[in-house]
Write a protein that binds this ligand. Structure first.
Ligand code: IDC
Length: 340
């Protein structure tokens, strides 16, 4: 008899403990579990093929979208960051939906200065594949810089982009950036002439994907481009680049003017350092830029994913990881950008 009473008390106790434990689990944890299992839609699944409507970037349903991107450093310098782990951690932990594959044309074994065309293209193809598998957008960037005028290597650009367009015409996530930063006094009319040849070549195969066109003075004179945009083709956007510790309000005004005139603007490269890529970083100016870009719904891509000893790098010099980045891997610029 005594034994039975004890047993019932024990049962009652364990029942109460079970109920208390059940109630102690917060409701959102309980409901979050199955939601986590259902795979979240990738950026590409969510938005499909992007297009340009008036001055905006829109998704396949015509809704305005903005991309938050990260640019590689030159793939000829830092090929190790072109890997699926790197892209996945940017997508899942940084909210990045776009990768820019920067392929220098003249610097350091560039595509037109002695670099292996085969190896560079193979890196581009790997990069596009990893981004595609992860449902991310990917920009193929013909990274002119010390070559100043894109017309210098126009023939090679035409044949390169023809090849890319043929291969990627059915990819909904590929964007072509045909000249990173014209400079050295290159005029808008020269860039336009170049762009027309390259766009024509791309459109032989790929009728739809977005083409990003650089603008004069290191892709800053979008206001000049807005006075005379390229006619006869759709899904074109014009690039604007800035480095927050150097470029401030005057440059925002240029973008403002261009947008007012109806130019589709895309920030395919920016840093929060000085324009040298090094020196001090200016977070407060950078925050002004991001606020401005968000308001205008302009996409932005940050330079760059590497551990080079420069303040624009998103990783610290001491970081050895090429994916699965931890807080301890991030530079000050990296920490700032991840949180956006
Ligand atoms: C810089 C890199 C640097 C490299 C140099 C080559 O950060 O490591 O040695 O190019 O000349 C740009 C260019 C971009 C520059 C960057 C910083 O598009 O290639 O990268 N920048 O100078 N435009 C404005 C700044």
């Amino acid at each position: 008899m005594k034994m039975n009473v004890r047993l019932s008390i024990l049962r009652l106790l364990s029942f109460f403990i079970a109920v208390t434990l059940f109630l102690a689990v917060p409701a959102d944890t309980a409901t979050a579990a199955p939601a986590k299992k259902a795979k979240a839609l990738t950026p590409l699944k969510k938005n499909g093929r992007l297009k340009v409507k008036k001055s905006s970037l829109v998704n396949s349903k015509g809704k305005v979208v903005t991309l938050k991107g990260v640019s590689t450093h030159g793939i000829n310098w830092f090929p190790e960051y072109v890997n699926p782990d790197a892209f996945k951690s940017l997508r899942d932990n940084w909210g990045v939906n776009c990768i820019r594959l920067a392929m220098y044309t003249e610097e350091y074994n560039g595509y037109c200065s002695g670099g292996s065309k085969k190896e560079l293209k193979s890196l581009i193809h790997k990069g596009v594949k990893y981004a595609t598998d992860l449902g991310m957008y990917v920009i193929i960037d013909w990274h002119i810089l010390s070559d100043n005028n894109p017309n210098k290597n126009k023939k090679q650009a035409v044949s390169f982009f023809k090849e890319m367009a043929k291969k990627y015409r059915n990819h909904k996530n590929v964007l072509y950036e045909i000249c990173n930063e014209p400079n050295g006094g290159t005029q808008w009319k020269d860039i336009k002439a170049y762009a027309k040849s390259v766009i024509k070549a791309i459109r032989i195969y790929d009728k739809k994907n977005i083409i990003l066109v650089g603008t004069p003075t290191w892709s800053q004179d979008v206001d000049t481009a807005a006075d005379s945009p390229i006619k006869g083709y759709s899904n074109l956007m014009y690039t604007f680049h800035f480095y927050a510790a150097t470029h401030k309000d005057t440059y925002r005004k240029k973008v403002e003017q261009a947008v007012k005139k109806g130019l589709p603007v895309f920030v395919s490269e920016f840093g929060i350092s000085e324009s040298s890529g090094n020196g001090r970083i200016d977070k407060s100016e950078a925050n002004k830029w991001i606020k401005f870009l968000k308001k205008k719904k302009i996409s932005y891509v940050c330079w760059n994913l590497s551990n080079k000893d420069e303040s624009c790098s998103l990783l610290k010099r001491s970081s050895k990881r090429t994916g699965g980045f931890k807080a301890s891997d991030l530079s000050a610029a990296g920490k700032w950008f991840k949180k956006l």
